[in-house]
Write a protein that binds this ligand. Structure first.
Ligand SMILES: Cc1cc2nc3c(=O)[nH]c(=O)nc-3n(C[C@H](O)[C@H](O)[C@H](O)COP(=O)(O)OP(=O)(O)OC[C@H]3O[C@@H](n4cnc5c(N)ncnc54)[C@H](O)[C@@H]3O)c2cc1C
Length: 546
C-alpha cells in the first residue's frame, strides 16, 4: 500500500461553501457548515493546523488579563467555550492550576489582582482540580527571585497540549459531516466578477496542478494571511484587516526549581509571561512584536529569545539555564484586528467577521482575530452569518478530573490489551487519539511493523502514523510527525529519530528508498524552519538582554 498518495482526485467544480485556511478556525467553520448540510470544501496551503494554531501558548483560557481591559463579555464567552472543550475533549483539554506570582515591584496592586481573580473564579464556575498545595506555593516562592517577597495566588484554567490534535479530530468530524478537505492546496486568487466572489483558483502544492472551483460563499479563514488573500484577488478593503503581532516562545528542559504547575507572572519589563509545563518540557512565552512580514516565514528574533531566557533566569536565579539548553524556539503571528494606535497587549482578542460586500466582493467573509479557545463559537457565528443553521451548544456540567482520571486509566488498560502494546504506549494513544484509539490498537495488533515505536525513545507507534495517512488526511511525513502524531515536538527528538521514524513509517506505508529520502529531507527542512535551534551568542545572555 502507498498511503501518502501525491495524486489526489480532482475536486468537484462547485461547492456551497468554500473555506480558505485550515487552522483551527477554518476547520471549525468547515465542520459547522457541513453539519448544517452545506456542501463544503476546505482548502489549506500547507497542512491543517500548521499556521498560527501550532504556534500558540496552548492555553484554553478565559483570559484573566482581558479583565484589566474591561472585556468581561469576552471573558465570559471564553470561559463558556473552555467548559465545552473540557467536556467534549477530556483527553486533549485538561484543567490546569495556575500560580499567579506578583513581585513586590509590580505595577498591579495585589488588591486589584485579588479582585480580578475573585471575579474570574465566579465567572468560571466550580473548580475541576484541587487547589495548588501551600507546600508547592512555598517551594515556588523559595526558587523565585531570591530575597524578594512574592504574593502567590492561584486560579484554574485549562491547557490543550496539542491543538494540532484538536484540529485533526475536528477535521475528521468535518469529513464525517460531509465536508471535502484538501491540504497542500493553495488559493492563488479569489475570482470576483460584477461585485461578487464566485470562486477561487487553486494550486495543488504536491502536483502543481491548478483548478478553478466555484462556491456560493467564500470564507477567508487564513488568520494572519487574510489581507494577502484579498490583495492577491484585488479586493480592496478601506484599511488592513489584520495587524500582525508576533509572539515567540522558547522550550526548555525541566530545570531545577521549575514550576510543576503553570506559572503566570511578570517579566522584568512588567509584561505578562507564562512558564508552563508542556510535553515533558517547560514552555516559556511570549513576546508581542508588530510583524507585517510573511507569516509563513516568521521566526523568533535573537533578542526575543534573549528576552524570554533572561526573564526565566531573573525569575529563577538559581536555575543555571543557558541559551545552549534551549531545546528550540518558535514563533507565530497573532492575527489581531488592525489597530494602529494601540499597544499590542491592549488590542482586543475578540474575533470579527468582515463582510466584503462593502469592498465589492459580496458573498465573501474574512475571519479576523479569535483564539483557540473560542474557535468553535466563532464557527457557529460564521455559519449563521451565511444562513447555515447551527445547533445551540448547551453548557453541560463537567466531571471533575477525579472522576475522569479513573475512566482514562481503565481505557488505557483496554487499549493496551486490544493492541498488544505497553501501558505507556496505550496511554500515549488514548491521550492523542481519543475515540480512534481502539481502531489504532486493533491495527497495531495485526503486525509487529505497526506496533514498532516511531524511534528508539518514542512511546508512539507506527500504527498511529498509518492512521494519520489513512484517516486524518496527512500527506507528508511532516504532517504526521509535527501534527497528527507530534512526537517531533518532544525534547529528545533528534536527526536519528527522524531517520528511524521515516524508515519505519515508510516500511509500513510502502515507500521506496527514493520516496523515503525525499520525505525525510522535506520533513527535516520543515522541522528546522519551525522549531528553531538557538545557537549560543558571543555575549553572555545577561549582558545582551540588559
Ligand atoms: C504567540 C501566540 C500565542 C497564542 N496563545 C494562545 C493561547 O494560549 N490560547 C488561545 O486560545 N489562543 C492563543 N493564540 C491565538 C490562536 O493561536 C490563534 O488565534 C488561532 O490559532 C488562529 O487560528 P486561525 O485558524 O485563524 O489561523 P491559522 O492557524 O494561522 O490558520 C490559517 C491557515 O490559512 C492557511 N493559508 C494562508 N494562505 C492560504 C491560501 N492562500 N490558501 C490556502 N490556505 C492558506 C495557512 O497555511 C494557515 O494554516 C496565540 C497566538 C499566538 C501567535
Amino acid at each position: 500500500m502507498n498511503l501518502s498518495l501525491k495524486e489526489r482526485p480532482r475536486l468537484e467544480d462547485r461547492y456551497q461553501v468554500l473555506v480558505i485556511g485550515g487552522g483551527i478556525n477554518g476547520v471549525a467553520i468547515a465542520r459547522e457548515c457541513a453539519r448544517a448540510g452545506r456542501r463544503t470544501l476546505l482548502v489549506e496551503e500547507h497542512d491543517f493546523g500548521s499556521g498560527t494554531t501550532s504556534r500558540s501558548t496552548r492555553m484554553i483560557h478565559g483570559g484573566l488579563r482581558y479583565l484589566e481591559h474591561g472585556e468581561i463579555g469576552l471573558v465570559r464567552e471564553s470561559l463558556r467555550a473552555r467548559k465545552h472543550l473540557l467536556r467534549e475533549h477530556p483527553h486533549l483539554v485538561q484543567p490546569m492550576q495556575f500560580l499567579l506570582a506578583i513581585s513586590p515591584g509590580s505595577r498591579r496592586s495585589a488588591l486589584a489582582v485579588r479582585t480580578g481573580l475573585w471575579l474570574y473564579r465566579r465567572l468560571g464556575g466550580p473548580k475541576l482540580r484541587g487547589s495548588v498545595s501551600e507546600m508547592e506555593k512555598r517551594r515556588l516562592e523559595q526558587w523565585l527571585d531570591a530575597g524578594q517577597r512574592w504574593s502567590i495566588l492561584d486560579f484554574e484554567d485549562a491547557q490543550c497540549e496539542f491543538p494540532e490534535r484538536l484540529v485533526a479530530e475536528w477535521l475528521v468530524e468535518a469529513i464525517q459531516a460531509g465536508a471535502v478537505v484538501r491540504n497542500h492546496a493553495r488559493v492563488l486568487a479569489v475570482n470576483v466578477t460584477h461585485g461578487k466572489a464566485l470562486g477561487v483558483l487553486l494550486r495543488d502544492q504536491l502536483t502543481g496542478k491548478e483548478q478553478r472551483v466555484d462556491a456560493s460563499w467564500i470564507i477567508n479563514a487564513t488568520g494572519p494571511w487574510a489581507d494577502r488573500v484579498c490583495q492577491r484577488s484585488s479586493i480592496r478593503t478601506s484599511r488592513p484587516m489584520v495587524g500582525g503581532v508576533r509572539g515567540s516562545h522558547i522550550v526548555l528542559p525541566r530545570f531545577a526549581g521549575a514550576p510543576t504547575t503553570a506559572l503566570y507572572t511578570e517579566a522584568p519589563d512588567h509584561r505578562p509571561i507564562f512558564v508552563v509545563p508542556w510535553n515533558d518540557q517547560i514552555l516559556v512565552g511570549t513576546t508581542e512584536v508588530p510583524d507585517s512580514g510573511d507569516p509563513g516565514k516568521t521566526k523568533p528574533a535573537s533578542d526575543e529569545i534573549d528576552y524570554l531566557l533572561h526573564s526565566v533566569k531573573r525569575l529563577f536565579p538559581r536555575a543555571q539555564i543557558s541559551r545552549n539548553e534551549i531545546h528550540y524556539a518558535f514563533a507565530g503571528v497573532r492575527p489581531l484586528p488592525f489597530s494602529p494606535n494601540q499597544k499590542p497587549n491592549g488590542i482586543t482578542r475578540r474575533n470579527f467577521l468582515h463582510d466584503h460586500a462593502e469592498d465589492g466582493a459580496s458573498r465573501m467573509i474574512s475571519v479576523i482575530g479569535g483564539k483557540l479557545t473560542t474557535a468553535a463559537e466563532l464557527a457557529c457565528e460564521c455559519a449563521q452569518k451565511i444562513g447555515a443553521p447551527t445547533a445551540t451548544r448547551k453548557v453541560l456540567a463537567i466531571a471533575s478530573v477525579d472522576s475522569i482520571d479513573p475512566i482514562l486509566d481503565r481505557w488505557v488498560l483496554e487499549i493496551a490489551e486490544a493492541g498488544g502494546v505497553s501501558e505507556s504506549t496505550a496511554r500515549g494513544i488514548v491521550e492523542w487519539h481519543g475515540k480512534r484509539s481502539l481502531d489504532i490498537a486493533r491495527m497495531a495488533l495485526s503486525s509487529a511493523v505497526l506496533r514498532a515505536p516511531l524511534c528508539s525513545h518514542s512511546e508512539h507507534i507506527v500504527a498511529e502514523a498509518v492512521d494519520a495517512f489513512s484517516n486524518e488526511c496527512a500527506a507528508t511525513l511532516g504532517d504526521v510527525l509535527l501534527r497528527r502524531v507530534p512526537a517531533a515536538l518532544g525534547g529528545c527528538w533528534s536527526d536519528e529519530c527522524s531517520r528511524q521514524a521515516a524508515q519505519r513509517i515508510g516500511a509500513a506505508v510502502g515507500w521506496n528508498e527514493q520516496d523515503m529520502a525525499a520525505e525525510l529531507e522535506s520533513f527535516e527542512a520543515e522541522r528546522a524552519a519551525f522549531l528553531q535551534k538557538t545557537v549560543r551568542m558571543d555575549l553572555p545572555v545577561e549582558t545582551a538582554a540588559d
